[in-house]
Ligand binder design. Sequence first.
Ligand code: HT7
Ligand code: ZN
Length: 874
Amino acid sequence: PKPTHRHDYRPPAYRVTHVALTFELDPAATTVKASLQLERHPQSRGDEPLELDGEQLTLKRIAIDGQALAGDEYTLSDTGLVVHGPPGQFRLDTEVEIAPRENTALEGLYLSNGMYCTQCEAEGFRRITYYPDRPDVMATFSTTVIGDRASLPVLLSNGNPVERGELPGGRHFVTWDDPFPKPSYLFALVAGDLNKVEDRFVTMSGREVTLQIWVEEENLGKTDHAMASLKRAMRWDEETYGREYDLDLFMIVAVNDFNMGAMENKGLNIFNSAAVLTHPHTATDAAFQRVEGIVAHEYFHNWSGNRVTCRDWFQLSLKEGFTVFRDQCFSADVNSAAVKRIEDVAFFRTAQFAEDAGPTAHPVRPDHYIEIGNFYTLTIYEKGAEVVRMLRNLVGWEAFRRGSDLYFERFDGQAVTIEDFVDCMAEASGQDLSQFMLWYSQAGTPEIDAYGEYDYAHAEYRLTLRQRTPATPGQPEKLPLHIPVRLGLVGTKSGRDLPLTLEGQSLGSDGVIHLREAEQTFVFSDVAEAPVPSLLRGFSAPVQLRFPYGREDLAFLLANDSDGFNRWDAGQRLAMLALDDLIAAHRNGVEKVMDTRVVEAFRALLERGSDDKAVLAEMLTLPSEAYIAEQQPLVDVEAIHAARDFVKQSLAATLRDDFLRLYEENVSDAPYAPEPEQIARRSLKNVALSYLMAIEDEQGIDIVRRQFEADHNMTDVRHALTLLTHSSRDDLAAPALRAFGEKWAHDTLVMDQWFAIQVTRPQADALDRVKHLMAHPAFSLKNPNKVRALIGTFANQNRINFHRADGEGYRLLADVVIELNRLNPEIAARLVTPLTRWQRFDESRQELMKGELERIRAEKLSPNVYEVIEKALA
Ligand code: HT7
Ligand code: ZN
């Protein structure tokens, strides 16, 4: 397969002004008739052919303005169709046949539980009909769906229904019109035996919009939260960005087989059922919050993505980075803002930093790709969102909002570039953002080494920052970036933020300094007492910042920092220092000794309590094994696991009574509600319970059993079942797992949780369990949620067992990737990620991982898997 390069972009030779589609649905042979109104692009030379993409289609008919084309008037290939010498303006009619039943890749039109649905982003529409399947071709669509009335009573597509009727042979049809020009990747069709839950929303200009969530009958009781989230998101986008919904109807459909979380098709969002369905007894707090965030994300795309879209797929972060930023702000506004930031950053620093340091590292705007499906990454989404966040912080909210208004007004109905977006921000703020653009082109995580000195005599604090971005594949040299560093100087005597004066200018007590050079020294004057610097507050830039903090400094910040995020971060840094020592002790076979300063810092947290219980729960949570690994030069899987367990057990043993009190103080009988106050109490109670179970004393075990049996809500039940399953008490875990599995055998989303709980067990039998569970009737390699729950969870979250020294974990993953490469290349290419990180491990594991990558390489590979494997072995 050949790469596509960003600099090769050319506008299309022909524009499509309108498309009329007719689908006659059949599992083995669906007929798609397409009628395209085409006109030559004004910038086209005039002699260019018409190029249409098309894959896995059987062409039955092709005509221009009603005239069938002769064989020499067009050329057909595996990837498309070229029409030679077409006129300047014409109608092209095609008829093709496709086989949704055979479609296991879940791109294009496929069947999920007997229901037809589509996934067209990024390049799935070309598996439906011949079309210029590129985002810069925007057309109005009119779609007629024909199907069997008894088995497919509901026929949906984008826009508004304009006609429906009966047809011979027990069939019926519905015609949909979408008045907004859109690229093909936003096309959608759904047909099945579905039921709807309906609501309404009155927009800020007083228009009434009908809201529908379509689900299978047994899921009718699981849509309330998604509907409430949708209405909250619609209101938020009006109030925050002045953006109003534009059609009269907004639909969401839940499907079980879906490659990602959800898809923002115009007026007809299609959701992975896991990203929309909730019920207190089947979904955890985390799942409720995830649903709220994804519903909002897809809704926000209606403007950031649909009304204004991407010129080409290199600009993907234009819509994804901006929309993730918007959904993060929404979730922060409707939940605990501090916890949202902590959770997002904890995830980012673990997973995106790893991507940026690995063989598939790429800039937020890549320069080339083989398979665009491989570029729906943490870098495009999450780092892209961090870049937009920096922009918001650099120009300030008012100018950012003016820039956003300008962007939506200027480019409404167009397909544009990242420059267009940043130019609007520069224009609205009057700032020069040229150096800032490097954030879009340079891959890798910038590292900042900071050093500070307090000069008593002159009451000055000198802060030196040195930045460096490591080499990444294809980018050996990097330029200095424009990095906003938000900071405070916390007085060691007062425990307060000191006023910041930089070069005679007051920055308040919480200011932003701009690092632009490779090295810069900032001299703060009138610093009345020796401070501890609180740097990169709120994670003001996606960088790795090092500062030679002593443990006392960190304990001080943990107790005193006015920035909630940095208080949490100080705790994480403090724990990391202790963990580093213990990892070294484990490796050297020396007895492990717990750092009493960490114990005392935790004791102080527990004794002081907090009015923000949600933040306290985060502060009491140790860095994950994956995060610890990310911080090590070479990953020692066993030492990390042992060190973390040791810290947890030591804290639990010393502070047992405090944890018990914390648990008891936060138990509640209130009926379940997914609201912030309740979620915070549950998190805190369950963190305390995890510590109590770390020492497995009788009282802890008893509480866990009671929590499981009380069956109050899935958050508590799942946590209790996880603690039992991960404990040494198989006599308790086995019956609990059995009871849970039997009770929920009918609920596919709960069974996913049942799989995940078991395969994250630290015990040595975890790998055998994975193999055993792969044969369970509820498991299927064809269902991405099942693959993620069982195989993905094992490979990413059970580090000690996946990285077994005998390589059996690697072998299992490679076997599954080889199978999936045939069935679902997109999922296969994602699943292989842990093997691509082989450079981070010891020599023996490196050899084993590379061996499995080579074994995969020897297969006949899809472009998706090929691209990842080639990068990993380069
Ligand atoms: N924009 C959507 C991306 C997406 C997707 C991409 C490739 C393959 C399958 C997919 N399903 C959804 C989702 C989003 O970011 O909102
Ligand atoms: Zn998105």
